[in-house]
Design a protein around this ligand. Sequence first.
Ligand SMILES: [Zn+2]
Ligand SMILES: [Zn+2]
Length: 206
Amino acid sequence: MMRIKNVNGISYDSNAYLIDAKRKTLVDAGMSAGRVLQGLGGGLDLIILTHCHFDHVGAVPDIVKATGAAVAMHEEDAAILHRDMAAAMFNARRPEFGVDVLLRDGEVIDLGDIKLRVIHTPGHTPGSICLYEPETKVLFTGDTVFEGGSFGRTDIGGDPEAMLRSLEALTKLDVSALYPGHGGAVTRRAKESLLASYENAKYMLL
Ligand SMILES: [Zn+2]
Ligand SMILES: [Zn+2]
């Protein structure tokens, strides 16, 4: 059993999932450091960012300052982090922070008692990732897949063809639950939801 708590995710802000593992880990940070820090209720070891957009990374500098957590993200989004177009959409300055761990496809992140596999899913951004926990078959999907068979936009630095390939690859996974970057989690019929996202993307992007 993996304990997951969403400590953010109001309005346009992204979800921020706290995984209560030996290494306390946050999947995405959102933009509201105060709310996230309150939700953490203690220390934090690691922040894994699903991609570079401001609504997911804006709170990183303040959370790192408060907790000393390390920051991990895919190398391709780390490379474009400081010229993120999406920051402008939120009327915010680009957040300045260092990335401690550069991630690649297939890499396993060891949280002590939980292991997360990095799945590179370009399309929303070049370095978007999903995180897969093989024991419980939970998938953190960032802005690649949302509930209700929807998927991430590809018009802010994304690539529709890459999105289709990524969604197709995800449909091959055995999943029990999806934890997207916005909106609710999918805890029932998660596989069907993934397939619906892929079918909808084929219809809308081809
Ligand atoms: Zn995004
Ligand atoms: Zn987002």
